[in-house]
Design a protein around this ligand. Structure first.
Ligand code: CAA
Length: 389
């Protein structure tokens, strides 16, 4: 694995780092506290091209590779994980699916608008009764007799960015008799300004509080047939393939959170004195620092490996599901563990809202839950490794 960063990679990483430090760092704790959506900084991120990093320039994106995306997302998430997930969903869950499965017309309209930062995109798979069991979809899409539109009814839940999204990639059941049920799932691109689309209340959350999450409801929503993404019955595979890309993004988000907590801990271990010496000279703190560093660097290697595997996929078509799941599993569990240890190192100050350490801890937890829980990542990895189901 060649880990040397190109000039282009360094440039996008530095750009994201500067932007995050100048624009996001001063406002991150305010938006965490209030739970408001940070419209202005998100708009600026869009204008800088952070919402469509891998999308070719002809569709309004930056035309860069997965490693560039990962590096930028890591830097944004290091300062604020809420901005990180908004960026990740636009890039991976929304743009990636339309880039790979969309028609030319869909790319020109729906991909361009999000990749160029004009509007926000979202992805709606989860339903109140189906989270991990993603194939068990109850939202229905019924084709009109003349085939020109689909009538969509039902509810999706826990949809990141739904309160602010203009377009949403939606998965619905077009063949309720299909066996297994996932073979009846079809993907659609939803324009949230059309009649029949409703947003539920924004979820109050433990962490990533500045990212907006809600239910969405469809009541006889008419989706034009030309907004179907892929073929009928192809939706579940699209959802899964898109999640492979998304999981690399969440892994990069987790890495950013862990790095922020780690750097603060190293600084604190140097500056905080106890019993006449910096606490970093105590072996119990040294052990924590060493283990945090090793787990973070191991996460980074798994993430970069997954990014390279995704680039290979573009050339060979070989799925990178295993690499993506390993990166997400390890990086998210690392983020949760590192942020917990960071609070311990900081003692009372780690528990105080005066420092961002407790925010890192709250933000980290969701990376073990969304885009497939740690249990689902283990299931995916074990199935692929053993060939057993
Ligand atoms: N790429 C392409 N195709 C895939 C695939 C992938 N990664 N994974 C599975 N498939 C295909 C399989 O080959 C199979 O195809 P065939 O019918 O041709 O055999 C089909 O899909 C069904 O696969 P499985 O039998 O493995 O399906 P399953 O019902 O056993 O489910 C699962 C597998 C791994 C449990 C899956 O349901 C899953 O990943 N669940 C977690 C869902 C999830 O991550 N939700 C997150 C919601 S989004 C979110 O969180 C966004 C946010 O807020 C930020």
């Amino acid at each position: 694995m060649d880990l040397r960063l190109s000039d282009e990679h360094r440039m996008i990483r530095d750009m994201a780092r500067d932007f995050a430090q100048k624009e996001i760092a001063p406002i991150a704790s305010h938006y965490d506290e209030t739970g408001e959506f940070p419209h202005e900084t998100v708009r600026k991120m869009g204008a800088m091209g952070f919402m469509g990093i891998e999308v070719p320039e002809e569709y309004g994106g930056q035309g860069l590779d997965t490693l560039a995306y990962v590096l930028a997302l890591e830097e944004i998430s290091k300062v604020d994980a809420s901005h990180g997930v908004i960026m990740s969903v636009c890039n991976s869950l929304y743009c990636y699916g339309i880039l790979h499965y969309g028609t030319e017309a869909q790319k020109q309209t729906f991909l361009r608008a999000v990749a160029s930062g004009e509007v926000i995109g979202a992805y709606a798979l989860t339903e109140p009764q189906s989270g991990s069991d993603a194939g068990n979809i109850r939202v229905t899409a019924v084709r009109s007799p003349d085939g020109s539109y689909y009538t969509i009814n039902g509810t999706k839940s826990w949809i990141t960015s739904a309160p602010v999204a203009k377009y949403i990639v939606l998965f619905a059941q077009t063949d309720p008799d299909a066996q297994p049920r996932y073979r009846g799932v079809t993907a659609f691109i939803i324009d949230t300004d059309l009649p029949g689309f409703h947003r539920g209340k924004t979820e109050p959350k433990l962490g990533i509080r500045a990212s907006a999450t809600s239910e969405i409801h469809f009541e006889d929503y008419r989706c034009p047939a030309e907004n179907r993404l892929g073929e009928e019955g192809e939706g579940f595979k699209i959802a899964m393939a898109v999640l492979d890309a998304g999981r690399i993004g969440i892994a990069a988000q987790a890495l950013g959170i862990a790095e922020a907590a780690y750097e603060a801990s190293v600084q604190y271990a140097r500056e905080r004195y106890a019993f006449g010496q910096p606490i970093g000279q105590f072996e119990m703190i040294q052990q924590k620092i060493a283990d945090m560093k090793c787990r973070i660097e191991a996460s980074r290697l798994l993430i970069y490996q997954a990014a390279l595997a995704k680039e290979e996929f573009k050339k060979t078509g070989r799925r990178y599901t295993l690499e993506a799941s390993m990166a997400k599993l390890f990086a998210s569990e690392t983020a949760t563990w590192v942020t917990k240890e960071a609070i311990q190192i900081h003692g009372g100050m780690g528990y105080s809202k005066e420092l961002p350490i407790e925010r890192y801890f709250r933000d980290a937890k969701v990376t073990e839950i969304y885009e497939g829980t740690s249990e689902i990542q283990r299931l995916v990895i074990a199935r692929l490794e053993t060939g057993l189901r």
